[in-house]
Design a protein around this ligand. Structure first.
Ligand code: SAM
Length: 359
């Protein structure tokens, strides 16, 4: 028995339970890389709907090496991602996993979640260093998997909720969008939300902006691919100094808490809006108190917040560092400090809170 065990009257059973839980967690951590591998090599797509396959079948269909594929399949089977039949030595992807791992149109689509997690882990040595000094790390300083994974993670939720639930929950906004409104989507990243709104409301004009020039470049090519360039434009600009005005609607999707100066951004949105305009703020789902967020969603978001959101805010002027689990009360404070008089929660999903702010 170690000195710490003696001194703290450690319960041996509880200690072993924790050790075995850690085995599960290390397996899950490594599986993040394996999911990205399966996504990138087309392994899940080849398994989807194919029925039981041997490792050699799967390797042949994907142009990969059988020995790697066999090991990957065994890890997937141990984690419950694929089914294994010992009699035939074949592996099959259950239909639910096929949807979650291969259908980008499903709200349950997961590869982006794993991709942004892998990117965050890859960049974690920079965060370890920053935590020593208190320095920040900007969104633009991350690996590509963080940027692309972010868009792939959030887009299915926007597809499922934005035009069917979130925009209709705002007072009078859909009618304006249908007639023809001016919309600014701030912190738009790759522009998934901007393009989705432009597709749904062809009479309206949309400007997406983000301080990260690389994301804006991708957003422009995404708009071209989607055939909406006439109604959508993109600009590289930080939220607090974006210079447009007379907007009917300003949107921010999962980015207010990433900003160094969210109050400055709120003031600027207030200036940008028409007197009757609306600011829609989509933020990660969170309670106001830490103890309300001690659940699996809160755990993932606090981890992303440590590795991405908090350092992003600390890297900018002011560095308020709201964190990804800021909660409604703190968002209300920011919005009110920015000069808005009306604020309410209009919608929520297990992953997001949606707020409406009016001048
Ligand atoms: C978590 S990502 C969300 C991106 C996008 N809205 C989406 O939903 O996919 C946060 C975004 O906020 C942007 N951002 C951070 N600080 C910003 C600022 N001060 N002004 C404008 N954009 C900012 C980042 O570049 C990044 O694209």
């Amino acid at each position: 028995m170690s000195t710490i065990e003696q001194a703290a009257a450690v319960d041996g059973d509880k200690l072993m339970q924790f050790v075995f839980r850690a085995v599960d967690e290390v397996g899950a951590t490594l599986n993040t890389a394996l999911v990205v591998m399966g996504d990138r090599l087309g392994l899940y797509r080849a398994l989807a709907g194919a029925g039981p396959l041997s490792p050699a079948d799967l390797a042949e269909r994907t142009g990969t090496a059988e020995r790697y594929v066999r090991e990957w399949l065994n890890a997937q089977a141990a984690g419950g991602y694929v089914d294994y039949d010992p009699d035939s030595g074949r592996y099959a992807l259950p239909p639910e996993q096929a949807v979650a791992l291969t259908d980008p149109d499903s709200p349950a689509y997961l590869p982006g979640f794993f991709q942004i997690a892998l990117g965050s882990v890859l960049d974690s040595p920079k965060i370890v260093e920053a935590a020593g000094s208190g320095a920040g790390l900007g969104w633009h300083q991350h690996v590509h998997d963080v940027h692309e994974g972010c868009e792939r993670f959030f887009r299915p939720g926007y597809n499922a909720n934005l035009t069917s639930g979130w925009l209709p929950a705002l007072d009078g906004v859909v009618a304006k969008l249908e007639r023809g409104a001016r919309v600014a989507d701030i912190g738009c990243g790759y522009g998934a939300s901007t393009i989705l709104m432009a597709q749904a409301y062809p009479n309206s004009a949309f400007v997406g902006s983000d301080y990260h020039a690389g994301s804006i470049e991708t957003a422009r090519s995404r708009a071209q691919e989607a055939g909406v360039t006439g109604r959508v434009s993109f600009e590289t600009a930080p939220a607090a100094v974006y210079s447009g005005k007379d907007y009917d609607l300003v949107t921010m999707f999962d980015c207010l808490h990433d900003m160094g100066d969210p109050v400055g951004a709120a003031r600027n949105v207030r200036r940008m809006l028409t007197p009757d305009g609306t600011w829609m703020i989509v933020e990660p789902h969170a309670g106001d108190r830490v103890e309300e967020n001690l659940n699996p969603v809160g755990r993932a978001y606090y981890a992303f917040s440590t590795l991405l959101c908090t350092p992003a805010s600390l890297s900018q002027d002011v560095g308020l560092a709201l964190g990804a689990q800021a909660g409604e009360a703190r968002i209300r404070d920011v919005v009110t400090a920015g000069g808005f008089t009306r604020f309410r929660r209009v919608a929520e999903t297990p992953f997001n809170l949606v707020f409406e702010a009016r001048p």
